[in-house]
Design a protein around this ligand. Structure first.
Ligand code: PEP
Length: 301
C-alpha cells in the first residue's frame, strides 16, 4: 500500500529528510523497497509471518516449533539465542542458549527450510549470528546502539530494526540510516525492515502489560520511508489474548510483515509465557488473517 506524505515538513522537516535520513527517506510517493531474504520477498504483496518461541530453549523445541509454524503457513522462524533479559539472573528453567541456540536454529532450518531471524546484541557475535541466520534482528534496547548498527550494516545482510520502546519515529528512522549507510557503502539497496514492538504508554490496560502497540506508526512511517514496516504484537501487548486482534489490525493497517511468539507449551515458556501463542492459536490466526490480507490486496501465501 503506497502511503503518500501529503504534509512533508510537518514533523520531519525537509532539512531533516535531506540531511539526516537521505537513504531511508522516500524519493516519491510510490517509492517502496522490496527485498528478498531467505527466498521470501519482503515489501511486496506477501506479508511474511515470522513466528517462533521467545528463546531457543532446546533443539527439540525449536525443531517442533518450526514444523508447526511451517505447517500453518508461517514464513520465517524466529527465536532468541542471545537474550536481552531485563534482569541478570538465570532461573533453573532458563539459561541463555547462545551459540548452541544458533546451531539448533540451523537444524530447524535444515528440517523445514524456514529462514531464520534472530537477535544480535554484541559486535563480537555478529559473525557467528550471521552464519546461522538470514536476517539479523536488532532489539528494542539496542535501537540506538550506533556502533552495533554500523557493524551490523557492514555484514551486508537483511536487518530487522525494532523500534526503541521510548523512541520517536524520527529517532527510529535516523537509527535505520546508520545501517542504510553501510549497505550503501557496500553498493546495496538498504535491506532493512522496521519493526514496531510496542512503546511505553501511560495506560496499558493490564498491570503486566508494559507497552502498547503503536499501530499508527505503520502508516506514519510509510509516509516518510521506503523501507518495509512490520509489527510484533506479542512483545507489544505482552498478553496472548490480545495478539490475534493486533495481528489482524496490523495487517489491515498496512504492515509489510508480522512477528509473533509461538511455543509448544506457552504457559511453560522459559521467557515471557504470558505473550506466547500455542500452535493451535497460531494456526487460527493464520486462517483469520488470510481473508483480511486478500481484502486489502495482500497475501499470506
Ligand atoms: C525478541 O523479539 O525476542 C525481543 C527480545 O524483542 P524486543 O527487543 O522487542 O524486546
Amino acid at each position: 500500500m503506497a502511503v503518500e506524505n501529503k504534509f512533508p515538513g510537518k514533523d520531519l522537516s525537509e532539512d531533516d529528510i535531506a540531511q539526516k535520513i537521505p537513504l531511508v527517506a522516500k524519493k516519491s510517493p510510490d517509492h517502496k523497497t522490496v527485498f528478498t531474504c531467505g527466498g521470501i520477498e519482503i515489501g511486496g504483496p506477501l506479508v511474511p509471518v515470522m513466528a517462533g518461541p521467545n528463546t531457543v530453549e532446546t533443539e527439540d523445541l525449536i525443531v517442533e516449533s518450526a514444523k508447526a509454524i511451517k505447517a500453518s503457513g508461517g514464513h520465517f522462524l524466529r527465536g532468541g539465542a542471545f537474550k536481552p533479559l531485563s534482569f541478570p539472573y538465570r532461573s533453573p528453567k532458563f539459561f541463555e542458549p547462545r551459540e548452541d541456540g544458533l546451531k539448533w536454529l540451523s537444524v530447524a532450518k535444515q528440517e523445514t527450510g524456514l529462514p531464520i531471524v534472530t537477535e544480535v546484541m554484541e559486535i563480537s557475535k555478529i559473525d557467528v549470528v550471521a552464519q546461522h541466520s538470514d536476517m539479523l534482528q536488532i532489539g528494542t534496547r539496542n535501537m540506538q546502539n550506533y556502533p552495533l548498527l554500523t557493524e551490523v550494516g557492514k555484514a551486508g545482510m537483511p536487518v530487522m530494526l525494532k523500534r526503541g520502546y521510548g523512541s520517536s519515529l524520527r529517532d527510529w528512522l535516523m537509527a535505520a540510516e546508520y545501517i542504510a549507510l553501510e549497505h550503501d557503502r557496500l553498493g546495496m539497496e538498504p535491506q532493512i525492515v522496521l519493526c514496531e514492538r510496542g512503546i511505553v504508554a501511560p495506560h496499558t490496560h493490564r498491570s503486566t502489560s508494559r507497552f502498547m502497540l503503536d499501530l499508527q506508526v505503520v502508516p506514519a512511517a510509510q509516509e516518510v520511508t521506503h523501507l518495509p514496516v512490520m509489527t510484533d504484537p506479542s512483545h507489544a501487548t505482552f498478553w496472548q489474548p490480545w495478539v490475534k486482534p493486533m495481528m489482524l489490525a496490523s495487517l489491515a493497517a498496512g504492515a509489510d510483515a508480522l512477528m509473533l511468539e509461538v511455543h509448544p507449551d506457552p504457559r511453560n515458556a522459559a521467557v515471557d509465557p504470558l505473550q506466547a501463542s500455542s500452535f493451535e492459536e497460531f494456526d487460527d490466526m493464520m486462517r483469520a488473517m488470510r481473508p483480511v490480507a486478500s481484502a486489502i490486496g495482500r497475501t499470506l501465501d
